[in-house]
Design a protein around this ligand. Structure first.
Ligand SMILES: Cc1cc2nc3c(=O)[nH]c(=O)nc-3n(C[C@H](O)[C@H](O)[C@H](O)COP(=O)(O)OP(=O)(O)OC[C@H]3O[C@@H](n4cnc5c(N)ncnc54)[C@H](O)[C@@H]3O)c2cc1C
Length: 412
């Protein structure tokens, strides 16, 4: 009888764990390796939004104008501390170049492809895992102070519409009908009625890891220091496992350092995001509410009201900047009543971001047996299940599909 293919998946975030599960379901011998508990990286604290309409990349025309604010204003939604500028400059230049209209159109097409079917796929997955209560399909409500603020985002809304995502425009009455607690600051809304939310992103990954283990998948807790090709297979530095036929690098923002010694240079940068959670706050909102002028997501999580967002291009090492989380708390208290005396907790995570917002999913060219599933940026929860399917199909020999297999690798 033929031995099953031996595969290591490095990184047990939402991307690695869903990939390990998809591979295991197809009969492969899979080892999921993480230095921490499954889901404890960026996937623990995100805003839970399943957002297939988010086809607009972060770098949109006009982004250059935001660079001065980004560099000098610690309260700007997009902040790059000066100390990190020399390190981040090459990435920043690519980011600005990605805002060219043709580059935006190309990125949007790729994002639309990898978002396809995400809503139904996550709904089905929560059912399969026995946690259907984690899936809330009540829409996403984007809020603006006025028509002028909405007009600033017109490019993004046009792009969504061109891919068939129809939002309903709401006036103040329409906003109040959906979310009566929103402050009068917000007068204009855009409502995506079919969008959904995962109400406890960490519990979702844990449930997935549990299903994977029940299906016979191995979880190893170890840091991987390097990948060594050895006789057509891959030996990992750190874990004591014997060599693997294939390795999938799904190590989020840390993937770049693991791949660089192999000559695979990804233009990957951490965009540090924060959340502040009002513990136990219930019924403040009934769905994901996006304060679009402040780029803040407000989510009715199982354990409380989560206020997430902000981008800080500050690298993987520096400690969290508590001013960023405090800013989220202030914005929430300005927008909703009754939050003043609730206990809060804060969190920071590293979004693994490519300059054009398109994840890197597929085979690493020139490195047989090496696969990449990283760079999911602001949408790794949304795109995790499609990434898993693409990798599983390509790796196990059915319908090779890839979003950007090899393209970014040579030049990055
Ligand atoms: C504030 C915020 C809000 C967000 N909101 C949303 C949202 O609403 N919707 C959405 O779709 N996305 C959202 N995101 C983005 C999403 O969270 C990420 O894209 C996603 O979590 C990335 O998943 P990942 O598995 O690639 O990385 P991670 O979850 O970071 O997992 C990588 C794992 O690799 C492990 N690892 C790394 N290096 C090694 C090594 N050398 N050896 C062993 N293990 C290693 C780490 O320990 C970690 O567990 C948000 C992000 C933030 C910060």
């Amino acid at each position: 009888m033929q031995e099953p293919v031996r595969i290591a998946v490095i990184g047990a975030g939402i991307v690695g764990t869903s990939t390990a599960l998809a591979l295991r379901k197809r009969g492969a011998d899979v080892t999921l390796i993480d230095r921490g508990e499954p889901g404890s990286g960026c996937s623990a604290g995100n805003s839970g939004a399943v957002s297939p309409a988010s086809v607009a990349p972060l770098a949109m025309p006009g982004v250059l104008a935001s660079v001065p604010g980004m560099l000098f204003d610690a309260e700007s939604p997009l902040y790059l501390p000066l100390r990190h500028l020399p390190h981040a400059l090459p990435w920043l230049l690519r980011f600005v170049a990605s805002a060219r209209p043709a580059a935006v159109q190309a990125a949007a097409a790729k994002l639309n492809a990898i978002h396809a079917g995400a809503l139904d796929a996550h709904e089905a997955m929560t059912r399969e895992l026995g946690v259907p209560e984690l899936f809330l399909r009540q829409g996403h409500l984007h809020l603006y102070p006025d028509a002028a603020a909405l007009a600033k985002d017109a490019g993004g809304w046009r792009l969504r519409e061109s891919y068939g995502f129809k939002a309903e425009r709401l006036d103040r009455g329409g906003i109040e009908a959906l979310e009566p607690g929103v402050a009068a600051r917000y007068q204009v809304g855009m409502f995506l009625a079919d969008h959904a939310t995962i109400l406890h992103p960490l519990r979702y990954v844990q449930a997935m890891a549990g299903a994977y283990a029940s299906a016979g998948g191995r979880v190893v807790r170890a840091g991987v220091a390097g990948l060594l090709p050895e006789g057509g297979r891959w030996r990992l530095q750190g874990p004591t496992e014997s060599p693997f036929d294939h390795v999938v690098v799904a190590a989020g923002a840390w993937s770049k350092a693991l791949l660089a010694p192999l000559g695979v240079h990804l233009a990957l940068e951490s965009q540090r995001g924060y959340h502040l959670q009002f513990e136990g706050a219930r019924d403040v909102v009934s769905r994901t509410v996006i304060l679009a002028d402040r780029k803040v997501f407000v989510t009715p999580m199982e354990e409380g009201l989560r206020v997430g967002g902000t981008v800080e291009i500050g690298g993987l090492v520096a400690p969290p900047d508590e001013r960023r989380a405090a800013m989220l708390g202030r914005i929430a208290r300005d927008t909703f009543k009754g939050l003043e005396h609730l206990p809060t907790r804060t969190w920071m995570g590293h979004r693994p971001c490519m300059p054009d917002s398109v994840p890197v999913v597929g085979a690493a060219q020139g490195h047989p047996g090496l696969w990449l599933a990283c760079g999911h940026g602001h949408l790794g929860l949304t795109d995790s299940l499609n990434t898993a399917q693409q990798i599983a199909q390509a790796l196990l020999g059915v319908a090779p599909v890839s979003t950007r297999s090899g393209v970014a690798l040579a030049a990055a």
